[in-house]
Design a protein around this ligand. Structure first.
Ligand code: AKG
Ligand code: FE2
Length: 290
C-alpha cells in the first residue's frame, strides 16, 4: 500500500526502473512516499504558519490557477502575496517532481488547485460529507472531473515535528462491490439542471454521479468506517506523498500544516487505463459512463 522511494531532490533523478515501478504502484492505488522531500518556506512566508488566516467556513486555503485567486482566507490582505508565492513555488516543485518520477504522464497532466491546510484535522467539526477523517474516495460535487483521474501531491510542512496521520482503506473494487448496488441511477435531466443552476461548473456526467455516490455513502456508513479493512500511515514533517485519491480509499485523521497540489489526468494518459475508476465502474455497471 505504500511505495517508498529514496528521493534525491524534487527533480530526482530517478532511474527508469524506479519510474516504471512508481507508475505501476500508483495506478494500483498505492501511495508513493518520499520520506524526506522538504518544502522550505521563505522567511517572510513563515507568518503563514498559523490557522488564523483560514476562513472558518472553508475546508482549506486554496489557489485556483485559472482565476489566479487565493480563496478561503480571512483578514489576510497584507499576506496574500506570501500565499501566492508559496503556492506558486509549491506548484512548481510538484510539477518538477512529477516530471522526474512519472515522465510518461508529462504531456497529459492538467494542473488543478493548490491548497494549504493550516488547521488541525483532529476534532474539527464539519458535516459528514465534508469530513475527511472518514474513509472515502475523492469526488468534487461542484467540479465534475468527467472521468479524469485526480492525482494529488501532499507535503507535511508542520514546524513542530508533528506527523500527519492517514488511514488507507480497502481496494477500490471492494468499495465498488460493497456500495455500488445501493447507488441510485442519475435522475434523467439532473445533469443538465445541476449545470443550469450552477451547482456544478460543468456537466456532472454519470461517472461523476456514481463516484460522488460512493464518496457520500462511504462517509455516511458508520459501521463501514469502523469495520472496513484499514491501515494507518504517518507522514512526518518534510515528507511528501503522491496518490490517486479518486481510487485509493483514504481518511486524514490528525495533523496540521500541509500543502497539496491537485492534477487531473485523462484516462488515456495512464499506463494501465483499465485500472481507472471510470473503467472499473463501467465494467461493474455494464454501461459507458461518459
Ligand atoms: O488533508 C489531507 O491530508 C487529506 C484530506 C482529504 O482527504 C482530501 O483533501 O481529500
Ligand atoms: Fe480526500
Amino acid at each position: 500500500m505504500i511505495h517508498t522511494l529514496k528521493e534525491k531532490n524534487w527533480s530526482g533523478p530517478f532511474s527508469r526502473q524506479e519510474q516504471e515501478d512508481a507508475v505501476v504502484a500508483l495506478e494500483k492505488g498505492h501511495v508513493l512516499y518520499f520520506p524526506s522531500l522538504p518544502f522550505v518556506l521563505e522567511s517572510d512566508e513563515t507568518i503563514l504558519l498559523s490557522p488564523n488566516y483560514s476562513h472558518p467556513k472553508s475546508k482549506n486555503i486554496g489557489y485556483d490557477p485559472k482565476s489566479r485567486k487565493v480563496t478561503g482566507i480571512q483578514g489576510a490582505d497584507e499576506v496574500t502575496p506570501f500565499f501566492e508565492s508559496m503556492f506558486d513555488r509549491y506548484a512548481t516543485n510538484t510539477k518538477i517532481l512529477l516530471k522526474a518520477i512519472l515522465p510518461h504522464y508529462q504531456k497529459y497532466l492538467e494542473r488543478g488547485r493548490t491548497s494549504y491546510r493550516p488547521v488541525e484535522i483532529a476534532g474539527r467539526q464539519s458535516s459528514y460529507r465534508k469530513d475527511d477523517t472518514r474513509l472515502h474516495v475523492d469526488a468534487f460535487p461542484s467540479s465534475p472531473v468527467q472521468g479524469k483521474r485526480i492525482l494529488r501531491v501532499f507535503t507535511n510542512i508542520n514546524p513542530h515535528d508533528q506527523s500527519r496521520f492517514w488511514r488507507l482503506g480497502e481496494p477500490f473494487p471492494k468499495v465498488v462491490e460493497r456500495f455500488l448496488p445501493h447507488c441510485p441511477r442519475p435522475l434523467p435531466g439532473s445533469q443538465w439542471l445541476l449545470e443550469r443552476l450552477r451547482i456544478t461548473k460543468t456537466q456532472r456526467t454519470p461517472y461523476d454521479h456514481y463516484i460522488l455516490q460512493l464518496h457520500n455513502r462511504m462517509k455516511a456508513d458508520e459501521i463501514y468506517q469502523k469495520t472496513a479493512e484499514q491501515q494507518e500511515l504517518s507522514f512526518p514533517p518534510q515528507s511528501t506523498w503522491i496518490v490517486y485519491t479518486d481510487l485509493t480509499s483514504h481518511a486524514a485523521i490528525q495533523g496540521q500544516y500541509a500543502l497539496e497540489q491537485t492534477y487531473y489526468l485523462p484516462v488515456d494518459g495512464m499506463s494501465s487505463p483499465e485500472l481507472a475508476p471510470l473503467k472499473i465502474l463501467e465494467k461493474a455497471l455494464g454501461q459507458l459512463l461518459l
